[in-house]
Design a protein around this ligand. Sequence first.
Ligand code: ZN
Ligand code: FE
Length: 252
Amino acid sequence: MFEISLIPAFKDNYIWLLTRGKRAFVVDPGDAAPVIARLEADDLTLEGILITHHHADHQGGVAELKARWPVEVYAPADESITGRTRPLSGGEQIEVLGEKLDVMAVPGHTLGHLAYLAPGALFCGDTLFGAGCGRLFEGTPEQMSASLDSIAALPDDTKVYCAHEYTEMNLRFALAVEPDNAALSDRVARVAALRAAGLSSVPSTLGEEKATNPFLRCTDPAVIAAAEQRNPTVNREKAAIFKTIRGWRNEF
Ligand code: ZN
Ligand code: FE
């Protein structure tokens, strides 16, 4: 498997750097400058770019990187992406630094949003976050709920490489939903210690998310009860609970 490390960008974005020897790929280079600095410092050759969705903080650096390394750009087929050479819509398998990656369609945050599944590692952009999920800018709650279901079906030890450091903020909301969840209290303490030490809370594992992320827990009795308190007429279907919790989060 290739090695994975992070390149911080903007205020709270993570650009993921995949390397095998001196060969590199990057995921969601919203800004070219920190990527170029890192590639140069480590004497790496860029071989490809993976894009999860069209927002500028995920693709803004592509043109500048391509001017220097004319590489393949794997990106959603149905979104406006600068420099895309490999349009994808989910279900494909691509090869990245000698590994087969499965491309997953995970609409919700945007309609063409993709996630890339490497052995034991998921690059999920703004779909699933540490203890949270992306806002629904384009998709419906039903779409996002189904996308999160397809992620939740992956093995618990899958590492979740999301694109933002939002975990602490998300945990505050998660605690409001589930004040009595012991795994959640544990995670709050762990993440606070990491952040205080200047470390990233990402990646988490999918098992950890399933135990603490309210958006993956919409069939849990405590989350259902919290949604019903928020909206007494909500039906108990998973997507309806998800919609209520997501709406609550927007106002939190
Ligand atoms: Zn986004
Ligand atoms: Fe983003």
